[in-house]
Design a binder for this molecule. Structure first.
Ligand code: ADP
Ligand code: MG
Length: 470
């Protein structure tokens, strides 16, 4: 057993109680051999997604993105960027001047009725936000190139042509699957009547994150998202991309958006799924879909913890005498940010843990209860970090370059106190000896990245280099 998972419950807890608790959480502790098996399966699934003959059956779609050139630091100009990630929607104005980047941004809420409404409502809302932003930033009348970070699985037909292949995370807007997002955005802006933009690129957040870090680090080959969802992209040689039917001149490479959150949708990860993973999936808006993502990302991690705590409580192992009306028993009520906060408690006072439990309406809990809650959090976040590490190790071994930077963005990675260290620890074990890597937090990956893709596209188009297929 990995020592990092040894978070002794000990103290005043009785051995019999500890044993019983262990019985309910055992499934989160996976051996190194299991992680290696997962890597092998993931590698096979990725190859299946890359091949033209098997892609239609593959869960991991390995979408070529049409982004083939990385920024070279000479990008200049003012760009608009949109970032629709799953939890936040932001409009940004990004001014590039060589390595200097000035970003102004505003975050807008997407209400749940819009996330589950119609496509027209969603795009009208987006157009409204753009209008408000343009008005308050005094750029009305300037036709700025726009990069759109749209972080849902899309089939790209060009740099600025992307069709949604399915909704994920909390979204399910009618009438968008299969549609060209650029057209939907332009139509919504036309309905608003008074705003003119030129969408030059649609990318996802993993690509934006890679681009953003590549701006200052030439070794950056992989982009990883650990936010509402979980996804990764990497730079691949064109000869390995069976689906590529664009031009094949230099650079003979393209960023592939793996959409690996769907790994396991065909049942191949069933051997590691716990009863809690299954229950979470059953009550999600997309049962059977995004199986890997549901074991890792910020949208789900808190709920997995809640399901375990609920089970332990029902079994009489936690929170004795708890009021069954309290919010611990409400689906979705245990936020993933609590996991970060709880794991930041390092002494017997459990200040953060108590605050989270208070917010859930729990009363009369003991220090032993706090200890168990923290233990459950550490197990579930460690599994998520180790699964992410196994995914990255698979990519690193596949790319097989001596020194690689992985750009990472997303609130889970950013704020969880141990995620980075846990990932590095597991990756050291799983990455082929001799290959060096570093995980680099990408500041404002998706926003800056979208502007950079727009800038690179504009630069290449203006200089008539035909390296970006738009
Ligand atoms: P997006 O996915 O829209 O780009 P973020 O990267 O901010 O947005 O990720 C949002 C997700 O991160 C949410 O699911 C939320 O539960 C989770 N999250 C927010 N704050 C924290 C935190 N402090 N620790 C861990 N997860 C967090
Ligand atoms: Mg984001």
């Amino acid at each position: 057993m990995n020592t990092i998972l040894k978070n002794p419950l000990g103290g005043n807890l009785k051995d019999a109680q500890i044993k019983k608790i262990e019985g309910f959480v055992r499934g989160f502790k996976l051996s190194s051999l299991t992680y290696k098996r997962i890597m092998q399966l993931l590698h096979e699934e990725m190859n299946s997604g890359l091949s033209k003959t098997t892609n239609h059956m593959a869960d991991i779609k390995m979408f070529p993105t049409f982004v083939r050139s990385l920024p070279d630091g000479t990008e200049k100009g003012k760009y608009l960027a949109l970032d629709l990630g799953g939890t936040n929607f932001r409009v940004l104005m990004v001014e590039l001047n060589g390595k200097d980047v000035d970003i102004q941004s505003k975050t807008y809420l997407i209400p749940q009725r819009i996330m589950l409404g119609t496509g027209t409502q969603l795009f009208d809302h987006i157009a409204d936000c753009i209008c408000k932003f343009v008005n308050t930033h005094d750029i009305m009348g300037e036709k700025l190139p726009l990069g759109f970070t749209f972080s849902f699985p899309c089939k790209q037909e060009g740099l600025a042509t992307a069709r949604l292949s399915k909704w994920t995370k909390g979204f399910r807007c009618e009438g968008v699957v299969g549609e060209d997002l650029c057209i939907l955005l332009h139509e919504a802006l036309k309905r608003k009547g008074n705003i003119d933009v030129e969408v030059v690129a649609i990318i996802n957040d993993a690509v934006g994150t890679l681009m953003s870090t590549a701006h200052s680090d030439r070794n950056c080959e992989i982009g990883l998202i650990l936010g509402t969802g979980c996804n990764a992209c990497y730079m691949e040689n064109l000869e390995h991309v069976g689906l590529w039917d664009g031009e094949i001149r230099n650079p003979k490479q393209v960023i592939v958006n793996t959409e690996w959150g769907a790994f396991g949708d065909n049942g191949c990860l069933d051997f590691i799924r716990t009863e809690y993973d299954r229950e979470l999936d059953t009550f999600s808006i997309n049962p059977g879909k995004q199986i890997l993502e549901k074991m890792i990302s910020g949208m789900y991690m808190g709920e997995i913890v809640r399901l375990v705590l609920e089970r332990l409580t029902m079994e009489g192992l936690l929170f004795s005498g708890v009021d069954r009306e309290c919010e611990l028993f409400v689906r979705g009520r245990f936020y993933t940010k609590y996991v970060s906060e709880i794991e930041s408690d390092h002494d017997e006072f459990f200040r953060n843990t108590k605050q989270a439990l208070d917010e859930l309406g729990l009363e009369g809990y003991s220090s032993e209860d706090c200890k168990i809650v923290k233990y459950v959090c550490t197990l579930i976040s460690a599994r998520a970090a180790f699964l992410s590490a196994a995914g990255l190790a698979t990519l690193i071994n596949k790319i097989n370059k001596p020194n690689m930077t992985i750009a990472v963005d997303g609130s889970l990675y950013r704020f969880h106190p141990r995620f980075h260290n846990l990932m590095c620890l597991k990756m050291k074990e799983l990455v082929r000896p001799g290959l060096k890597f570093q995980l680099q937090l990408s500041h404002d990956g998706s926003g800056k990245g979208a502007a950079l893709v727009a800038a690179v596209a504009t630069r290449l188009r203006d200089s008539k280099e035909i390296s970006v297929d738009c």
